[in-house]
Ligand binder design. Structure first.
Ligand SMILES: [Zn+2]
Length: 440
């Protein structure tokens, strides 16, 4: 960590699907030294299991401090019925009443269309919007629902830049190329930093699995198949690598913002694809050859993320409070596959750095506590509309004494576009969201 700044800073790093039992297993082998130090030198704890165990819903609850009824996100997509917006839960309820054939027909006729997510669907302010409205500087990279990137004192690189890059390679395509980043002047640098999934070098593949050149060629050309390492590895690796490169660029080019947030998706996708090959999880569907080739893939990816975290966190100022969060873990589900939908294995919270106590295990923290805790540590009041509390047990006594928790009734409703920001090319967007593992 460098010494360049002297005011309070926050860094929130989201690692989708980071699993506590796996961390413990690999800590015991001394393999994740940075994460281990981060946990032992700070506070950590499991988050209460969340229903539904759906990443879009959990991350939006994390970043608003509010439950899905308040923030309005219940799925990766929503439906447009004529010009009306209908949420997936409402459609599901209707389908239970036996109108599925009618619904299918309406879909076919395009009276009902499903639309990929955007910030316009989120009915509460995101944490970065709260800091921004209090004139604090913010930086956000790849966070859920960060598109369209709004104007802030700082920068936003939205979660849609990845498939904008993919578009360049496509034959047809008119993906929305507006509001991908803020400020616009960042755009050229962003495009340069996006790692091309189809051009990953051989040694990247071989770092994570035992594959020869012919097999790598097959993986490069493999069209998207959900939860299949063969097709998904290139996308998940390039997405995380792009986020890292963009984060390093922004940390170098801009003064460190008061609130900084990065989102990494790779662990989630690689766990869906490859936990079944891990030696201790051996199941009857997996062959000896597959275990030989991919048995160490998830482990290697955790080591990779450990190094990325080290690289990034060493770049922020020493007076930064660092929070690493996962939305859920992974477990063997009733269908025998590794996932999180049914078993709801808990996510993890790690706090370290400025004003944070050392060596404490937090009990009973919830996803709703993250936003109130970060607001408090950042010197802003907590809204009474939020569903969580400040995790005071993590905070150093002296800070608590000098900074009583302040409350306000509400931060107000966000000014959003009336309807969702939709686009003619939503079908293409959905295809690319699938390729990145966002959609099923
Ligand atoms: Zn997730």
């Amino acid at each position: 960590m460098n010494n360049s700044s002297n005011c309070k800073k926050l860094l929130l790093i989201a690692i989708d699907g980071l699993s506590f039992p796996l961390l413990q297993k690999w800590f015991a082998m001394g393999d994740l030294p940075f994460l281990e130090r981060l946990m032992e030198g700070g506070c950590y704890g499991l988050l209460k299991p969340f229903t539904p165990s759906n990443s879009a819903v959990i991350w939006t609850s994390i970043i608003t401090g509010m439950n899905p009824r308040k923030h309005g996100i219940d799925s990766f997509i929503y439906y447009k019925v004529g010009e009306r917006i209908v949420r997936k839960t409402a459609i599901k309820k209707m389908l239970k009443c036996g109108i599925r054939p009618l619904f299918r027909w309406l879909q076919k006729k395009e009276y009902v269309r499903d639309v990929p997510f955007s910030l316009s669907m989120v009915q509460q302010k995101m944490l970065w919007e709260l800091f921004a409205q209090e004139d604090r500087s913010v930086g956000v990279i790849n966070w859920w629902y960060s598109w369209p990137a709004c104007e802030v004192p700082g920068f936003i690189i939205s979660d849609r830049v990845h498939y904008w890059r993919l578009k360049e390679r496509g034959k047809n395509g008119s993906l929305p190329d507006t509001h991908l980043v803020y400020p616009d002047s960042l755009f050229d640098e962003v495009v340069k930093s996006i790692v091309d999934p189809l051009a990953l070098p051989v040694d990247v593949y071989q770092q994570f699995m035992k594959v020869d050149r012919r097999e790598i060629e097959t993986m490069r050309n493999c069209h998207y198949k959900r939860h299949q390492l063969m097709s998904e590895f290139k996308y998940l690796y390039s997405m995380d690598e792009s986020v890292k490169k963009l984060a390093l660029y922004c940390l170098k080019e801009f003064p460190q913002p008061d609130f900084l947030a990065f989102y990494f998706r790779g662990i989630d996708i690689i766990s869906h694809c490859a936990l079944k090959y891990d030696s201790c999880n051996r199941d009857s569907h997996v062959t000896d050859k597959e275990i030989e080739q991919f048995g160490d893939t998830v482990h290697e990816y955790y080591c990779h993320i450990d190094r990325i975290l080290k690289e990034l966190i060493e770049k922020v100022s020493v007076d930064t409070t660092v929070m690493v969060v996962s939305d859920h873990g992974f477990e063997k589900e009733p269908d025998g596959r590794f996932g999180h939908r049914k078993t709801k294995p808990p996510g993890l919270l790690i706090l370290n750095g400025q004003n944070v106590r050392t060596g404490l295990r937090v009990e009973n923290a919830s996803v709703y506590d993250i936003t109130p805790t970060l607001l408090y540590l950042g010197g802003l009041p907590v809204s009474k509309e939020m569903d969580g509390v400040v995790l005071t047990e993590c905070v150093e006594e002296i800070f608590l004494q000098n900074h009583p928790i302040q409350f306000i009734e509400s931060y107000g409703s966000p000014l959003r576009h009336k309807g969702p920001v939709a686009h003619d090319s939503d079908e293409e967007i959905k295809e690319r969201l699938r390729a990145l593992g966002y959609l099923e």
